[in-house]
Design a protein around this ligand. Structure first.
Ligand SMILES: Nc1ncnc2c1ncn2[C@@H]1O[C@H](COP(=O)(O)OP(=O)(O)OP(=O)(O)O)[C@@H](O)[C@H]1O
Ligand SMILES: [Mg+2]
Length: 270
């Protein structure tokens, strides 16, 4: 195997991550024993940021794959490509991660079809191997390799869920929007707004989160609060900033739109 440029997968600078519980300690222990991990939680609550932070802290390269329903096993594992000299094997991201000892993060793994998902099975039990069937090669995972998947339980349906035989190959951590003070700190720090503003943004989000299941599929995420903070820091008037980041993206329903608009007005009157 030729030397691979692993540098491109390094997390160069320390990502800002504010722990919300004991997730850093638990993840450290999981990594020490190379336990595959599942991060569960709603969109925009800090799962990806956490993985980037842990990869940086552990000094491991990070390879992230956004999963979708069109993805095939070859997209993960690799395929033969045609070039002018004939056919050439190209490793997929999972294969590269297993070879170089990276942390491989499969984002929204439920989106992938089950026949795609099963390729991770031999990597996630005592075998720690990855068969490249088309190439006729069996890879033994690098000792530092670890697999991490994310999973949004809210999107789960009968059609789309992980098989038990997949789920039961992972340790799991629950993620959720941080508690109010922590979330306000995150927003202030990430967007560069005063804490007074950040506190108001979090209060708006808390109201909207109560509407989940009552007309809203998802509450306002930490990510959207950071967007709102960024717009305000950029000089956009707070009401307009909130409409553009916290209300309009969230709903197409006119009644819900008004409800959310009223919630924003409570905190930022025009
Ligand atoms: N604990 C935290 N520390 C620092 N920043 C955070 C934290 N939680 C959330 N954030 C902020 O929220 C943003 C969204 O988080 P992230 O991208 O990690 O969400 P996610 O859970 O991976 O969402 P998705 O499921 O949609 O991929 C981050 O870019 C960051 O600004
Ligand atoms: Mg993510």
């Amino acid at each position: 195997m030729s030397e691979m440029n692993t540098d491109q997968y390094r997390v160069k600078a320390e990502p800002f991550y504010r722990p919300v519980g004991n997730e850093v300690e638990l993840y450290n222990a999981a990594y020490a024993r190379r336990l595959p991990m599942m991060l569960k939680g709603p969109t925009g609550c800090g799962k990806s940021r956490f993985v980037e932070y842990m990869a940086w802290k552990l000094g491991r390269p990070l390879i992230t794959v956004a999963c979708n329903e069109d993805m095939t096993a070859s997209d993960l594992v690799g395929r033969f490509l045609l070039d002018k000299d004939g056919t050439k094997w190209q490793d997929g991201p999972l294969t590269t991660a297993a070879r170089i000892g990276a942390i491989c993060y499969l984002d929204e793994v439920v989106e992938a079809r089950q026949d795609t998902t099963v390729v991770i099975h031999p990597l996630t039990d005592h075998r720690r191997t990855l068969p490249l069937d088309k190439k006729g090669e069996l890879i033994e995972a690098h000792p530092d390799f670890q697999l991490v998947i994310s999973y949004n339980p809210g999107y789960q349906s009968l059609m789309k869920d992980l098989k038990q035989s997949t789920k039961q190959r992972f340790g799991a951590l629950n993620f959720d929007y941080p508690q109010a003070e922590t979330e306000a700190d995150i927003v202030a720090r990430e967007a560069g707004v005063e804490s007074e503003i950040a506190v108001k943004l979090v209060q708006i989000a808390q109201r909207a989160r109560n509407l989940k299941g009552h007309g809203l599929d998802e509450g306002i995420s930490t990510r959207l609060l950071v967007y709102a903070g960024n717009m305000i820091a950029e000089g956009v008037e707070p009401m307009a900033a909130c409409m553009m980041t916290l209300v309009t993206p969230l709903t197409d329903d006119p009644d819900m739109y008004e409800t959310l608009e009223a919630a924003v007005q409570t905190f930022f009157v025009e």
